[in-house]
Design a protein around this ligand. Structure first.
Ligand SMILES: CCCCCCCCCCCCCC(=O)SCCNC(=O)CCNC(=O)[C@H](O)C(C)(C)COP(=O)(O)OP(=O)(O)OC[C@H]1O[C@@H](n2cnc3c(N)ncnc32)[C@H](O)[C@@H]1OP(=O)(O)O
Length: 487
């Protein structure tokens, strides 16, 4: 009897699904976009940390090795910290996921980020179809150099940049990428200085062309990248998303620090509060120029500082429960060496020439879109805080407080971003120790949240630096457990 009911309801669901697919196929891109906007407005009414649907309705995710919203994991009465499912490379299929089962006329394509024309293709796909704000008025505008940096991390397997092309025209219409990362995860009950070292990948740049949305290409891309990563004997992944999927290990909030308030006001990114004059806002967000220090100097990071900075970096990461473990000089230099228009990084040297602090930020513009989505009205240059570390993070014989130190070095970065890089906005999450300076440095809470996920790994939820009081009322925590920064 029960089984009969279940199969009826599955049939009903399948019928509804078929109808939905037919409806979507009939829509023009404009109709699809307009419905998407309406849906986004509806979703915006929901709490940002709540899923849009029940676990059962996540047709793809409920089949994957991730915890459900009640904390249960597949095939286990009581979850154990660590891998959810264990497989061997010999059990992994060596043939790509079948594309034509879902959609005809498409083929898999490996992409090479160091090939100029393939980089151009990825760049075009992402710049026209990647992440937008809820109202589809702003879209990330990654530069080619940025994409090359992000996807050429040492150790990236050539098979991990995966595209889908239209067979006939060879046009690139979907993409997903993986790069290696070693995570340190501190599970409950572990000694404070111990972590589970987890060889993983970071998944990023999942993108499906707007005209091919809702055709279940995303699950196919995810299954294919999982297969390819598994073939290299890696079984865990870290990824982030603005939406709630089963199930976040942590949630951080975006915060924004206007640098060029007038421009942000002109493009509608910030409002003028009632009763306040524009000049008052400009004054509030005035940024000090980077000045020479009495007892230290600020210089761009260079490979010669690697030994000292890597020690500080390791110590800083120990403050968090989700850590980025960097074990090779090559990876470190790739992640942190300055790159024009992509990444700025600095060290502070004391009187004796010893490194006391390191700080970095990356530059990721976004386009303000006009009436038509290909019409770019304005580009905002945005700086995002990346990694930092300081000798006061763990040294016992140092009496300078981390709060004072971070506030000093962030102030310098605001100055560098505005006066040297002409950035309009400085963003950071409530991750790391950012809450020590967010309010003091005039960062305001944004509307965006970023959820962190681990694939095939169970651990308890971690503090993302915010505590929910009610839907629109979130409190900053002293610090967060999240030490990784995803770009
Ligand atoms: C060990 C190795 C493991 C490697 C893999 C680890 C996992 C990696 C996971 C990926 C990490 C990516 C990290 C980033 O790059 S996050 C950035 C994501 N990209 C964008 O937001 C760009 C603009 N949007 C798009 O291009 C499309 O809307 C995307 C591609 C996002 C979905 O395309 P589309 O709208 O045409 O949908 P569909 O019909 O094909 O598929 C619907 C199914 O897909 C699930 N869905 C929707 N959005 C996401 C999302 N952001 N992460 C995971 N799943 C997502 C959705 O719940 C549904 O499943 P279910 O509800 O039925 O269950």
């Amino acid at each position: 009897m029960v089984d009969q009911k279940k199969s009826n309801s599955e049939e009903e669901k399948f019928d509804q699904f078929k109808k939905l697919q037919e409806l979507l196929a009939q829509l023009t891109t404009e109709q699809y976009e307009s419905l998407k906007r309406k849906h986004a407005e509806y979703m915006n009414k929901k709490d940002p940390d709540e899923p849009a649907k029940s676990m059962e309705e996540f047709l793809f995710w409920k089949t994957q090795p991730v915890p459900s919203f009640d904390g249960k994991v597949p095939n286990a009465e009581k979850p154990k910290f660590g891998a959810i499912e264990h497989k061997k490379v010999s059990e992994v299929s060596t043939t790509p996921v079948n594309l034509s089962e879902n959609i005809d006329g498409f083929e898999w394509s490996d992409l090479n980020i160091n090939n100029e024309s393939e980089l151009n293709e990825i760049h075009t796909l992402l710049n026209e179809n990647y992440i937008e704000d809820l109202s589809s008025t702003m879209r990330f505008a990654y530069s080619k150099e940025f994409l090359r940096w992000a996807m050429s991390l040492p150790g990236t397997d050539p098979s991990w940049l995966v595209g889908i092309r239209v067979k006939a025209s060879r046009k690139l219409v979907a993409f997903i990428s993986a790069v290696p990362i070693q995570l340190g995860i501190q599970n409950p009950g572990m000694d404070e200085d111990k972590v589970d070292k987890v060889k993983s990948v970071e998944i990023n740049f999942l993108c499906v062309h707007k005209k091919l949305r809702s055709k279940r290409l995303a699950p196919i891309l995810i299954k294919e990248i999982t297969r390819r990563v598994n073939l290299t004997d890696i079984w865990q992944a870290l990824y982030t998303a603005g939406i709630v999927l089963p199930r976040p290990i942590s949630t951080c909030r975006y915060t924004h620090r206007p640098l060029n308030w007038s421009k942000l006001y002109d493009v509608g990114f910030v409002d003028l509060p009632e009763g306040i004059k524009e000049s008052q806002m400009q004054e509030k967000y005035h940024v000090k120029k980077v000045t020479e220090k009495k007892d230290s100097s600020l210089v761009p990071f260079e490979p010669k500082y690697y030994d000292e900075v890597s020690v500080l970096f390791k110590a800083q990461q120990k403050r968090y429960k989700l850590q980025h473990l960097i074990n090779s000089k090559e990876e470190f230099l790739h992640q942190f060496s300055p790159r024009k228009d992509v990444l700025k990084s600095f060290v502070y040297l004391n009187d004796e020439g010893k490194v006391t602090d390191f700080i970095s930020y990356y530059i990721l513009p976004f386009n303000i879109l006009g009436e038509s989505e290909v019409d770019v009205v304005e580009t905002l240059k945005v700086a995002y805080l990346y990694h930092y570390c300081s000798d006061c993070a763990d040294t016992l014989d140092n009496d300078r407080s981390l709060t004072a130190r971070l506030n000093e070095i962030i102030q310098d970065m605001l100055g560098d971003a505005l006066y040297n890089e002409k950035c309009d906005l400085f963003n950071c999450l409530t991750s790391q120790d950012n809450n020590l300076f967010i309010e003091k440095q005039n960062f305001g809470m944004g509307s965006g949240f970023l959820h962190f996920y681990l694939f095939n790994y169970y651990t308890e939820k971690m503090n993302g630096g915010i505590e929910k009081i009610s839907k629109d009322n979130w409190k900053l925590q002293d610090k967060s457990d999240i030490g990784v920064v995803m770009i």
